[in-house]
Design a protein around this ligand. Structure first.
Ligand code: 3MF
Ligand code: MG
Length: 344
């Protein structure tokens, strides 16, 4: 088994099973209990929303936010865990209803930038430089609602405010084409990295690619990852799976399309991702049908499938690959891949 990959997930990946159509079906698990599960499940990194670390942050002064975040850092140390990133949860506050950074209301935009600075204070207290921006409501339900050209400048301005606030801060933009909005402004990694280039310090702005988000955009997640790797900008991943064009499912990695999962692992191997020290994040959800005592299996299972696919990538017969490519016989190459995957 390949051991050099490091794995992470967010506390939201252990959840009580509520969905838009029904209430929780499992008891909620406290943050402290969740932390205890990380190592047991084979994970070393914790992904945070700012308010996962400091739940009442909107009611607290900056110094108190920092103090509470330092307490969380002690909890991480106690479990031998590290924080991978902190993401500002801008989409639950009333001021983020119409987008936060791209709201038409200047007061809401100002709030969002302040929140990003508090998120940075939390990141520093937790010992990470990385901020993830999933731009949940930065978009529109109807096009006439915003000036989309101006909205992109607002995004650049917000990122610049963070880069200026903390000269060590790094940002990974997590693209997603839709949901909750009809259209989200940064739908692909191409959009994200083009925007990154126009910020005040492009070297500190990269991307996080989620399998399901790329699939919802009609793109191949492995090619999205390859694009970011080619530019040295793949700073995290949210591996999961997605069964066609429906709501964001966050299924267990490899569960809908094993070959596409193989190709994501292949591209991470080709790009030397493990060697960058970046985490393999698994943004997976337990099925609502899962009983409480088994509602963490999706995490361990996703990790296990990832590692099995690393083995598959490393043991794919190179001579066959070389010969098929030399002959331009991609039918033979495809059959070799399929047989390798089914173990024949
Ligand atoms: C939304 C997501 C989120 C983000 C997370 C970090 C549940 O579709 O994928 O995960 O990744 O909020 O910003
Ligand atoms: Mg995600």
């Amino acid at each position: 088994m390949a051991a050099e990959y490091r794995f992470s997930f967010g506390p939201w990946n252990i959840h009580s099973g509520a969905d838009p159509f029904g209430p929780p079906v499992r008891p909620s698990v406290s943050f402290a209990e969740k932390l205890k599960l990380y190592k047991q499940l084979g994970f070393d990194g914790v992904q945070f929303h700012d308010d996962d670390a400091v739940p009442d942050m909107e009611e607290l002064a900056p110094a108190e936010i920092e103090r509470q975040a330092k307490e969380v850092k002690k909890m991480l140390d106690g479990e031998g865990l590290v924080a991978e990133f902190v993401a500002p949860r801008l989409w639950e506050d009333p001021r983020g209803i119409d987008g936060a950074f791209t709201s038409n209301d200047p007061q809401c935009r100002a709030w969002a930038v302040e929140r990003l600075k508090r998120c940075n204070d939390i990141a520093n207290a937790l010992g990470t430089r990385l901020h993830v921006l999933w731009l949940a409501r930065e978009g529109t339900y109807i096009r006439e609602a915003k000036n989309a050209i101006q909205a992109h400048q607002h995004l650049i301005d917000a990122i610049n405010a963070l880069l200026e606030y903390d000269p060590h801060a790094e940002v990974a933009i997590e693209p997603k084409p839709n949901e909750p909005m009809d259209h989200a402004y940064i739908p692909t990694i191409g959009h994200a990295l083009a925007l990154a280039e126009r910020t005040a310090d492009p070297g500190r702005v990269g991307g996080l690619i989620e399998t399901a988000h790329a699939l919802l955009a009609g793109l191949d997640p492995s090619d999205e990852m390859a694009f970011a790797l080619a530019l040295g900008k793949l700073w995290s991943v949210h591996l999961n799976d997605q069964n066609g064009l429906k709501f964001d499912q966050d299924k267990t990695f490899g569960s809908a399309n094993l070959r596409a999962a193989f190709n994501q692992v292949r591209v991470l191997e080709l790009g030397g991702y493990a060697g960058t020290g970046r985490f393999v994040g698994l943004d997976v959800k337990a099925m609502r049908t899962q009983k409480p005592e088994a509602a963490q299996k999706h995490l361990a299972n996703s990790r296990e499938i990832f590692l099995l696919l690393v083995e598959k990538v490393r043991t794919f017969p190179r001579d066959v690959e070389r010969q098929c490519i030399a002959d331009r016989d991609y039918e033979a190459l495809e059959l070799a891949v399929l047989k390798h995957l089914v173990g024949s």
